[in-house]
Design a protein. Structure first.
Length: 198
């Protein structure tokens, strides 16, 4: 399927997450400075990074996805829109050989507290409390995010938010909720998490 979203021409194959309200919430709330290094985990079709690359062309963008079809799709959509993204197939940070270089890390996480098999369902299946993938992400964030850098994390009200707050506190991360929206019977929440010297 091919569609135009926010002036971008996006191709979305069957096994790739179609940009939805959570994607738009993330893309609309990120501010990027010139020459920032930006990493998106779970890029799917590439929509978020492509929109940001269009708005902030002097930054450098890296996109990771566990789904190899999504990685190929992100790359093709970048070419389709004449935008530059560095695309890597990776399970979270596993394929990265560099550390503490990113000013901004974006993650529209698999936040629903469910277990589902299948390539596409990995985009929303967050396991116990909706936090299994998020926990792994947060525990390694310190290795890849610069001091005073920010991570933007999309979460749902169906996620175990008390456990998330406890995890962030234990990891000595500073956070705030910067935006949210209601979608059906849930609230989609955007956290801004900062790595500071405490």
């Amino acid at each position: 399927m091919k569609k135009v979203i926010d002036g971008l021409t996006i191709t979305i194959p069957e096994n790739v997450y179609d940009p939805a309200e959570d994607s738009f919430l993330l893309a609309e709330n990120v501010n990027i400075s010139a020459k920032n290094k930006v990493l998106e985990i779970g890029s799917g079709s590439g929509y978020v990074s492509l929109l940001l690359a269009k708005k902030y062309p002097t930054a450098e963008y890296f996109c990771l996805d566990l789904n190899p079809i999504a990685s190929i799709t992100t790359k093709k959509n970048a070419q389709l829109n004449n935008l530059s993204l560095n695309v890597i197939s990776s399970d979270l940070f596993s394929s990265l050989k560099i550390s503490r270089v990113f000013d901004i890390i974006l993650f529209n996480s698999p936040y629903l507290p469910i277990y589902e098999d299948g390539l596409l369902s990995k985009a929303w299946s967050g396991g116990l409390g909706g936090l299994e993938i998020v926990r792994n992400y947060l525990e390694r964030l310190d290795e890849y995010l610069k001091l005073n850098g920010s991570s933007y994390l999309v979460i749902s009200s169906k996620t175990d938010l008390k456990e998330l707050d406890r995890l962030l506190t234990d990891l000595k991360l500073v956070w705030e909720i910067i935006d949210s929206l209601k979608e059906g019977g849930e609230k989609i929440i955007l956290y801004k998490i900062t790595r500071k010297l405490i």
